[in-house]
Design a protein around this ligand. Sequence first.
Ligand code: AMP
Ligand code: GLY
Length: 424
Amino acid sequence: MNILILGSGGREHAFALKLSQSSQLKTLFVAPGNAGTAEIAQNIAIDPTDFQAVKNCVLTNEIEMIIVGPEAPLVGGIHDFILSDAQLKHIPVIGPKKDGARLEGSKDFSKQFMEKHEIPTARYQSFTNETLNEGKRFLETLKAPYVLKADGLAAGKGVLILDSLQEAKQELEEMLTNKKFGDASSTVVIEEFLDGIELSVFVLTDGKSYKILPSAKDYKRIGEGDKGLNTGGMGAISPVPFADDSFLQKVEDRVVKPTINGLQKDGIDYRGFIFIGLMNVNGNPLVIEYNVRMGDPETEVVIPRIDSDLLELFRGVAQQNLHEKLVKINPETATTVMMVSAGYPEAYQKGKEILGIGRVDNSTVYHAGTKTIDNKILTNGGRVLAITSLGNTIEEALATSYSSISKIHFDGMNYRKDIGFDLV
Ligand code: AMP
Ligand code: GLY
């Protein structure tokens, strides 16, 4: 099979490496990809949200399946675009259509969905500029801290958690009236703050049945001890020790099943990944958010623990016989540590030469933001490399990741030395 993966991060490199091990793969393409995917696939320099360019790429390269990594093309309707084109409509897309992608593209929609299908989540209400004053009054009924969420996609920055009521009211006005996040904040969800430990559960579905993939926890803040600015993710661990069988059973019964059934009841034919962000509140899972794709860097610890052929699972999604497939999970622990550029998550440097990747032997180096120029691998993003290791324990896997990092160098490199600190 000829396969096209859309995206350019560590997540896409992890998909690419796993798919490259499938006996069913003929040629693998990644668009636009990075220096890591270039080693195992053919990179195509196109923007995944340029659907016409994607079409040309699919026809030229006789692509037989499209795997969509990031949310933007999904929310923008790439799956619908493929289905509506006579030359492309037979080509399966792994990733939901626009209707399903609203679970991530609109926080208001996802809260309504959870409410309708009785999926546990924080109490909430949504407001627009016309209902600003009601929004301020709703804030008065809640206890600090206050959680404000821009309805639409805001590059991961649309959630504000504020300690004072005064500040929360001001920010609400900033979002609704002064369009702090542009159109993304023309509706704002205000919700109750959930106090607990976060984790994520990943589901692959063909719209009828589902497979639950390994759980993971990511470390979003730039600084050690979970301090400082939010990032895309600085590291991840899978499995999550406190997500034991009894907790995961609650997740399946209270969240996964009603989500899959809810999609069916609402006539949403969903084929792809569902990333469920959860808060464990006193042993009970509450949904913080849905994403309609895999997480990054969570993919870099989830995929290495799947022993089954990923392409076979994707074929199950495409042919709607996923229930016939077996997902074999490696019981070992996987850890990944992100190496990032100086300055990240604010303005960061690019174009620094990366040395030493070839000296790493016990970890997998997933490229996140890299490119090759004149046979040199250069940094090309805020998040540069994800260093994944397997071990019998979190400590063992982390020790391997950190030892591998010590062999790699680029100017200004930074990474968190405390990934997993709250779990060990
Ligand atoms: P989101 O973009 O929805 O993932 O939100 C970003 C982060 O804000 C989450 O990963 C949580 O750490 C935090 N968060 C979101 N909603 C809540 C909530 N209701 N209570 C506590 N923390 C939250
Ligand atoms: N690591 C969080 C995300 O992919 O959204």
